[in-house]
Design a protein around this ligand. Structure first.
Ligand SMILES: Nc1ncnc2c1ncn2[C@@H]1O[C@H](COP(=O)(O)OP(=O)(O)OP(=O)(O)O)[C@@H](O)[C@H]1O
Ligand SMILES: [Mg+2]
Length: 261
């Protein structure tokens, strides 16, 4: 039985590049023949649509697996990209906070569900922009977290709260959870604000920040409407190339984690 490395891609701030980072890292790893599952845990279902799958109501989606106890293997869909699979989202995820509120250990539902994922190398969980039970379940089920931070005004707003949540989950539910890295997204080389945000984030988080900067690139928002990640939509674009570089950096950190723990 293979044990997948599980990554949450999380930041409670909306629109910072969580979904874009999830699907492009997943695609880059699938391109080197790693078997990858994207778990779409956001009721918006953007990751699902961005890899060419459909949001599913009623059955065989991340909600029915996670809350309904349906078998994960029956609900995972293959995509047109070899080695890349997705567990589609459903709007029913919106009710999870209320539905699980009174259950015992509501933070562990996803962890239990993902124990059935025994033939993937990597699992990427696309989290919603909120720190409710969905994100807590993702963090409790994960080995590590990738935090996208947008190079914009108030970039760090929310990250401090996310760090608090990560520490709480670490302390109470998942002691081995680590921050894999912070990725700066939508960087604009012509903007002094963008540059000063990069400096601030690096000053604050030091080595946790990946060297790769994801530039603001018009091909990135164009790609989802074609149901393919930017890497397939326009391989040569600066956006695609930056995510390939980021994937290499993620794998390098993975090797370092393996060696040094
Ligand atoms: N590097 C980039 N350059 C240009 N546009 C980008 C870039 N990264 C993301 N975008 C666009 O910005 C928007 C928000 O990105 P994305 O959906 O990945 O963020 P998110 O954090 O998942 O948002 P949400 O919090 O709503 O889930 C999308 O329209 C996306 O296509
Ligand atoms: Mg998203």
């Amino acid at each position: 039985m293979k044990k997948a490395r599980i990554f949450s891609v999380s930041n409670q701030k909306g629109g910072v590049g969580k979904t874009t980072t999830t699907i492009n890292l997943a695609t880059a790893l699938a391109a080197v023949e790693k078997k990858v599952l994207v778990v779409d845990l956001d009721p918006q279902g953007n990751a699902t649509v961005s890899v060419g799958a459909k949001r599913r109501l009623g059955s065989k989606n991340s909600y029915t697996v996670f809350v309904g106890g349906e078998n994960l293997k029956d609900c995972v869909c293959a995509t047109d990209i070899p080695y890349l699979y997705v567990l589609p989202a459903s709007k029913e995820l919106l009710g999870v906070d209320i539905e699980l509120a009174d259950s015992e250990k509501p933070q562990f539902y996803l962890k239990k569900a993902l124990e059935q994922a025994d033939d993937f190398d990597y699992i990427f969980i696309d989290c919603p922009p909120a720190v409710g039970l969905l994100t807590m379940n993702a963090l409790a089920a994960s080995d590590c977290v990738i935090i996208p931070v947008q190079c914009e005004y108030l970039a760090l707003e929310g990250v401090a709260d996310l760090m608090k949540t990560i520490n709480k989950i670490k302390k109470n539910f998942n002691p081995s959870l680590t921050v894999h890295g912070i990725v700066l997204t939508m960087f604009d080389g012509r903007s002094n604000l963008s540059k000063s945000i990069v400096n601030d984030v690096k000053e604050f988080f030091g080595d946790q920040v990946y060297d790769t900067l994801i530039p603001r690139n018009v091909r990135i928002p164009e790609a989802p409407s074609h149901g393919i990640p930017v890497m397939l939509y326009d391989y040569k674009s600066a956006g695609a190339q930056s995510y390939i570089k980021l994937a290499a950096e993620v794998l390098k950190r993975e090797r370092e984690f393996l060696i040094h723990g």
